[in-house]
Design a protein around this ligand. Structure first.
Ligand code: FAD
Ligand code: MG
Length: 343
């Protein structure tokens, strides 16, 4: 673990790759960097795929759309998650794909002592996060302590039962995969690309990024970490080779203000209030998108000490930025991260 004294800020992840349809000479002709930008899962999607297949970026967009609409969205009626939420109080069928994801997420919940909990749907609705972007016009009144206590009764990853191909949520419990869905999306994109003629790719779905294969010139992927204390600046660069999944969680990404108090979107399931662990942001790198996303949220709630222990227990690399601008990281992260302020 390294402690840097300098004051740093945090932010989201920015891809350094850019440009449109960059032509690169390959050994058997031209390999094109196909690039595309779009929106999915309420966030921006940026793609750079090294391939001769010009249709691929469109196919990735479609894959993300289907993943959101058919499986992961708790907002879209008819998706698998919405169907399971609707059936709370009764057993409901579950696909093998979603079942495997939920089992992995429940393990993160257990190993983080509940800091990560994908059953916070009722609490998240109470905080009315969907309306935060309209708060300037419509105003925002935070929930009362009593309301929060009540909503927490309707939460608890340990209340979910998965048996065979069915899942049971007690009445009142609602799944919300906001903290892991974009990482799961990165997993699905990489699996999709593995079946295609692709030499390399870097794709970001909001704060989750996947690097895949290699660039035609063999140079490493460079992914910027935004400064969470000043999201318009870069905190540093991650230099990565091959397939990696990178996720960032930060209180700056979605928040609302009322009576001079700022409330952000990462809730501590122990209190029902925005996590207050002294962190401005956490970046996780590992070999699974689901884990990088779930762990970044869990670590943000846990704080530096417990967060580092959790990340290390998964063999993941972690970078923490505290609200007073200090950096802490796993030893593996020290090799991958270079601060932009280093001489
Ligand atoms: P993360 O730290 O990865 O996750 C924070 C989010 O997870 C919170 O917003 C909350 O939803 C949930 N959460 C909070 N605390 C915890 C906790 N302790 N444990 C577990 N989960 C927690 N946004 C829109 O504005 N419109 C949309 O239509 C929309 N659709 C989406 C569909 C899907 C399938 C997904 C995955 C996301 C969608 N989003 C949408 C974005 C979503 O609402 C969140 O803003 C976003 O996922 C937060 O991601 P993050 O990486 O910033 O933070
Ligand atoms: Mg997350």
């Amino acid at each position: 673990m390294k402690r840097l004294k300098k004051k740093f800020l945090i932010g989201a992840l920015l891809l350094l790759t850019s440009g449109f349809l960059v032509c690169i000479e390959g050994c058997a002709g031209e390999v094109l960097a196909q690039t595309a930008s779009g929106v999915a899962m309420g966030t921006y999607v940026n793609q750079t795929i090294y391939t001769r297949d010009e249709a691929l970026t469109g196919e990735v967009e479609e894959l993300l759309l289907h993943l959101e609409e058919d499986m992961l969205s708790w907002r879209i009626a008819g998706s698998e998650i919405a169907r399971i939420n609707e059936a709370a109080g009764e057993e409901c069928s579950i696909s093998d794909e979603l079942k495997q994801d939920l089992i992995s997420l429940l393990e993160v919940s257990e190993r983080s002592n509940g800091a990560f909990d994908c059953t916070l749907g009722t609490l998240i609705r109470l905080w009315n996060m969907d309306a935060w972007s309209r708060a300037e016009e419509e105003g925002f009144i935070p929930p009362t302590k009593e309301e929060i206590t009540e909503a927490l009764i309707d939460a608890g990853y340990d209340k979910i039962k998965i048996t065979g191909d069915t899942i049971y949520l007690p009445s009142g419990i609602q799944l919300d995969l906001g903290a892991a869905g974009k990482g799961i999306a990165c997993d699905r994109v990489a699996a999709f690309l593995a079946g295609k003629q692709v030499s390399g790719a870097v794709i970001s779905v909001g704060g989750s990024v996947v690097t895949y294969g290699a660039k035609p010139d063999g140079s490493p992927w460079r992914v910027a970490v935004v400064d969470p204390l000043n999201p318009s600046s870069r905190l540093g660069i991650l230099t990565l080779s091959g397939e990696w999944y990178i996720s960032t969680s930060g209180g700056y990404e979605r928040f609302v203000e009322a009576d001079g108090i700022r409330y952000h979107h990462i809730l501590d399931p122990a209190t029902g209030y925005p996590a207050d662990s002294g962190l401005a942001g956490v970046t996780i790198i590992c070999h699974s998108g689901l884990l990088s996303d779930a762990l970044s949220t869990a670590c943000f709630v846990l704080g530096v000490e417990d967060g580092l222990a959790l990340a290390e227990s998964y063999g993941a690399q972690a970078l923490f930025v505290t609200t007073d601008g200090q950096l802490y990281m796993t030893s593996g992260m020290e090799e991958l991260f270079s601060s932009t302020s280093k001489p």
